[in-house]
Design a binder for this molecule. Structure first.
Ligand code: FCB
Length: 455
C-alpha cells in the first residue's frame, strides 16, 4: 500500500475537520494511577499478573506508575494548557468496589468525583470508561468474565458509577478493546489473567458482550441522556500475498476477532465464518453459543494503530501468523505504520455497520524518544505519525464517515502492560525517577492543532 501525502502543518490540518469536532487525550487507570494499595483499593488481576515473575518486562508493575492518583490536579492543568477539549479516563473497578461486588469504597469514589470536578472546572469534557482490563482479583477468583454472574456484577458497577458521576459525565464507554481482553488475557496468556484456554476466552468474550448490554441499561436508567460507546481495536488486516490461502486467512482472522464483537454489537449475532473457524479449531468445545443482545451503541469508539499482515501457514484454521511486512515503516512496537488503513477501516465500518457516530478513541505510537534538546523531547517521528493519521481521519470524513472526535494515545508515558515502562506512547514525557512531566514536541504540535480548530 502506498503512503498517503500528508501535511504536518497543524493549522492546515485543523481546517479539514468540522468546527464541533472534539480533540482529546486518553489514558487508563492501571497504566497511570499508581496508589495500588491506598485508600482501600482492592487488588486487580493486573496487580497479580504484574507481580508474577516473568510476566512483564523488567518485572515492571503499576504500583506507582505515573502517580496520577496524587498528581491528577497537575495532570488536568497540563492537559487544559494544551487545549484539551476532552479526556478519556478509566475507572478502576477495585478502587471503588474492592471485591468487585458488595462493599463500596467511598474514598475510591471520591477520587473520581474530584477528577471529574477538576476536569469540568478546567473546561475538559470527561469520557468515563468502565473497563480497561483491571478486573477485581476477587471476581477473577470466582471465574472472572468466564463466569456468567459477571454480567450482573458489571451492571451493578456501571449503575454505581452512573449514580455517582452521572450529573457531570455524559460520555461513557463500557469496555476498552474487549477482544484484546478476552483473547490476549485468556487464550494467548500475555495479558492478565494470563490464561491459555480458548473455550474460556470465548466465554469471556460472550459475557463481555452481555455485560455491555446490561451496563447500557444500568447507565441509561440513571442518566437517560448518557452517550454510551465501546472502544474496539480495528487494525488494518492485509493478506501477506494475493494467494487464496492468505486472503482467506486474513478474512478468517477478522471474522474470529473484530467481527466476532462488531456483529453482535450491531445486533447481528456472531458471524458465520468466525463460528465456523472457532469451531473447527476446537475453541467452542463445551460451549452452547447463543447470540448476545444488541449493543445499542450511541457511538462506536475505534482504536487504530497499525496494519496487521496475515500469513497463512496452511489451510488449517488459526494456522496463521501476523508478521510485519518487509519494507514497511515500523514503530518501536514493530507495528506497521499504515495511515491509509485508518481511512479504509473507517469507511468499511460505515459501509458495513453504519454506526450512529464514530470517535477515534485511541491512536498514537511508541518511539524511543531519545532526542532531547533544551528540555524538550524532539519526537518528530511521533509528530509525523500523528499528522498522517489525523490526515487519514480527515480523508474518512471527506468520504462521508460521521467521525466526531479524536483522542490521542496517550496523554503521558505510562505502564504499557506486559511491556512495562520501556515503551513510551505519551505526548507528555514522564521521568519515572521523579515523576516530572514534560510536554514533548508532539504535545506542542497537538496544542497548535487544537488551537487552530477553535478559530
Ligand atoms: C491499546 C490499549 C492501551 C494501550 C495502547 C498502546 O491496545 O487499549 O491501553 O496499551 O494499546
Amino acid at each position: 500500500m502506498t503512503d498517503i501525502e500528508y501535511d504536518t502543518n497543524p493549522e492546515a490540518l485543523a481546517q479539514r475537520f468540522p468546527k464541533d469536532f472534539t480533540w482529546g487525550f486518553a489514558a487508563s487507570a492501571y497504566q497511570i494511577e499508581g496508589a495500588a494499595r491506598e485508600d482501600g483499593r482492592g487488588p486487580s488481576i493486573w496487580d497479580t499478573f504484574s507481580h508474577t515473575p516473568g510476566k512483564t518486562a523488567n518485572g515492571d508493575n503499576g504500583d506507582v506508575a505515573c502517580d496520577h492518583y496524587h498528581r491528577y490536579r497537575d495532570d488536568v492543568r497540563l492537559m487544559a494548557q494544551l487545549g484539551a477539549q476532552a479526556y478519556r479516563f478509566s475507572i478502576s473497578w477495585p478502587r471503588v468496589m474492592p471485591e468487585g461486588r458488595g462493599a463500596i469504597n467511598q474514598r475510591g469514589l471520591d477520587f473520581y468525583r474530584r477528577l471529574v470536578d477538576e476536569l469540568s472546572a478546567a473546561g475538559v469534557e470527561p469520557t468515563a470508561n468502565l473497563f480497561h482490563w483491571d478486573l477485581p482479583q476477587a471476581l477473577q477468583d470466582r471465574g472472572g468474565f468466564a463466569n456468567p454472574e459477571i454480567v450482573g456484577r458489571f451492571a451493578d458497577f456501571a449503575h454505581l458509577m452512573a449514580t455517582r458521576l452521572g450529573d457531570t459525565v455524559t460520555d461513557w464507554m463500557t469496555f476498552n478493546e474487549p477482544a484484546v481482553y478476552a483473547f490476549l488475557g485468556h487464550a494467548d496468556g500475555i495479558h492478565a489473567p494470563g490464561l491459555t484456554h480458548w473455550p474460556t476466552a470465548i466465554k469471556v468474550a460472550d459475557n463481555e458482550l452481555r455485560a455491555h448490554a446490561a451496563a447500557v441499561d444500568a447507565i441509561k436508567s440513571e442518566v437517560p441522556a448518557a452517550r454510551i460507546g465501546v472502544a474496539v481495536d480495528i487494525n488494518h488486516f492485509a493478506p501477506a500475498t494475493d494467494s487464496d490461502r492468505d486472503v482467506h486467512a486474513a478474512a478468517a482472522y477478522r471474522a474470529t476477532r473484530d467481527t466476532w464483537f462488531l456483529d453482535p454489537f450491531f445486533g447481528r449475532g456472531y458471524p458465520a465464518l468466525g463460528v465456523e473457524q472457532h469451531r473447527a479449531a476446537g475453541h467452542l468445545e463445551g460451549i452452547e453459543l447463543s447470540d448476545p443482545p444488541h449493543g445499542r451503541l450511541d457511538y462506536l469508539g475505534v482504536n487504530y494503530y497499525r496494519q496487521e499482515t496475515v500469513h497463512a501457514k496452511s489451510d488449517a484454521p488459526f494456522d496463521w501468523e501476523v508478521l510485519p511486512r518487509s519494507g514497511v515503516e515500523l514503530t518501536e512496537m514493530e507495528w506497521e505504520v499504515v495511515p491509509q488503513g485508518l481511512t479504509l477501516g473507517l469507511e468499511w465500518l460505515q459501509r458495513e455497520y453504519a454506526p450512529a457516530e464514530v470517535v477515534i478513541t485511541e491512536n498514537g505510537a511508541a518511539y524511543p524518544d531519545t532526542r532531547v534538546a533544551g528540555g524538550e523531547v524532539q519526537d518528530d517521528d511521533r509528530v509525523a505519525y500523528l499528522a498522517r493519521h489525523i490526515g487519514a481521519a480527515a480523508d474518512a470524513i471527506a468520504a462521508g464517515v460521521n467521525l466526531r472526535g479524536y483522542f490521542v494515545w496517550s496523554l503521558m508515558d505510562n505502564f504499557e502492560w506486559s511491556l512495562g515502562y520501556g515503551k513510551r506512547f505519551g505526548v507528555i514525557h514522564v521521568d519515572f525517577e521523579d515523576q516530572r512531566r514534560t510536554p514533548k514536541r508532539s504535545a506542542r504540535w497537538y496544542q497548535r492543532l487544537i488551537a487552530a480548530s477553535r478559530r
